[in-house]
Design a binder for this molecule. Structure first.
Ligand SMILES: [Zn+2]
Length: 137
């Protein structure tokens, strides 16, 4: 089965190669020996992979939350208990209790009949915490 390469995969490959070329050039200018270019190329690619992992880790830690879909308001359903659903033309997660939730930025919002109620918000230091302030309005 053949699969075409996506734009993001192509960009990642190009940027990894650029890091490899930069590493090879840097090492070749600094060190003598046949090993300098290959080791520099490998080091450049390794630095790129480390940067991708670091950015991914920071995005998960600061924005996405761990786990991405928290426990439901009844305390019964975990990440794997949700199914992807639509409610009033909005993509949402519905847990086994029948409640539907939507991710809005760092918020996990409960969708009730004709309105929404803030339920949890991801805090990078505290984890998932109650999002009470915004229900008063
Ligand atoms: Zn539930």
């Amino acid at each position: 089965m053949s699969r075409s390469i996506t734009l993001i995969e192509l960009l990642f490959t190009i940027v990894a190669l650029l890091f490899g070329i930069a590493g090879a050039t840097l090492f070749a200018n600094r060190f003598d020996g046949n090993w300098a270019r290959p080791l520099g190329c490998f080091s450049g690619c390794f630095v790129f992979v480390l940067l991708v992992f670091l950015l991914s880790f920071l995005k998960t830690r600061l924005v996405d939350g761990i786990p991405y879909i928290p426990i439901c308001r009844n305390g019964q359903c975990h990440r794997d208990d949700y199914r992807i659903d639509t409610k009033e033309d909005r993509a949402c997660w519905t847990c086994k209790c029948g409640d539907s939730y939507e991710r809005v930025g760092r918020r996990f919002v409960l969708l009730e009949e004709k309105n929404e109620r803030h339920y949890l918000i991801w805090h990078p230091m505290k984890g998932w915490i109650a999002d009470e302030k915004h229900n008063e309005a």
